[in-house]
Design a protein around this ligand. Structure first.
Ligand SMILES: [Zn+2]
Length: 265
């Protein structure tokens, strides 16, 4: 079973049928893990286990979603990597996303599936068709998750043709495409001055939600100017901006049209 399948089967075993029923502390208790809150130096959460009991210590956060994700992450270590102790950076799922630490990624995946199981999350986001950050914030409130973790999960579930990216003034930090987006689309490594994300990062100008942009603002492919994308952006951590892009059907199918004419990109 993948980490996600393990988490979702745990949710199913509790008979959970709505986001409000995902009581992460009760799930931890049932799994033999006691949760403590304490200020931690150099990490966001720790796990110490002996035999079939463990203590997860979580750094308190003003954002409950971050605490819940930290607990879910340590539960992931407990379910999958039992017999070892962990000190984790759980407050920044994007850091684990950009790293190659397999066990940290597994624990993050477990947490994401536990807090946003596909059976509950997918119908919710599908009903929104093209959720921008404000609509995703509503979803995050319902699931008691952070906006970042919710946005990462949106790309993971691959229900909508969405790309999520994080940029700073020096360039792209990381990105994640939903798996249906053809990999021939290459995201720009620097923010284009025409992007709403540039206005937000450089001028502090908040975007007015999801809006259309020529696709060559975001993609470096030579034929990108034949297409349009929808862009929304949101302030990230210090000096960073999160970007959400939706591709339309013509971009999703473009690869096949090229192939049909005998050209491969
Ligand atoms: Zn960890």
């Amino acid at each position: 079973m993948t980490p996600g399948q393990r988490a979702e089967s745990l949710i199913a075993s509790f008979g959970i049928s709505s986001p409000s029923e995902i009581d992460i502390e009760a799930i931890a208790f049932a799994s033999g893990v006691e949760i403590q809150y304490d200020s931690l130096k150099g990490c966001d959460a720790t796990l110490v286990g002996v035999d079939d009991r463990a203590i997860a210590t979580v750094r308190p956060s003003s954002v409950r979603g971050r605490e819940r994700f930290s607990i879910g992450h340590e539960l992931g270590h407990w379910e999958m990597h039992r017999g070892r102790s962990f000190r984790c950076r759980t407050d920044s799922p994007d850091e684990n996303l950009a790293s190659n630490r397999v066990e940290e990624k597994e624990a993050d995946s477990f947490a994401a599936h536990l807090l946003m199981p596909a059976t509950l999350f997918n119908p919710r986001v599908n009903a929104l068709i093209k959720p921008g950050f404000s609509a995703l914030d509503e979803v995050a409130r319902e699931f008691e998750t952070s906006l970042l973790a919710t946005s990462v999960r949106l790309t993971d579930v691959n229900q909508l043709p969405v790309a999520l990216a994080c940029y700073s003034a020096s360039g792209r930090r990381w990105y994640k495409f939903s798996s249906d987006i053809p990999r021939r689309w290459r995201l720009e490594s620097k923010l284009d001055e025409e992007s709403f994300a540039y206005d937000l990062l450089k001028l502090g100008k908040m975007p007015g939600g999801l809006r259309k942009q020529p696709a060559d603002v975001w993609f470096e492919n030579s034929n990108a100017d034949d297409f349009e994308v929808y862009e929304d952006c949101f302030p990230g951590k210090d000096g960073e901006v999160l970007v959400l892009l939706y591709l339309e059907a013509d971009m999703m199918e473009a690869e096949f049209e090229r192939n049909a004419r005998g050209r491969r990109f």
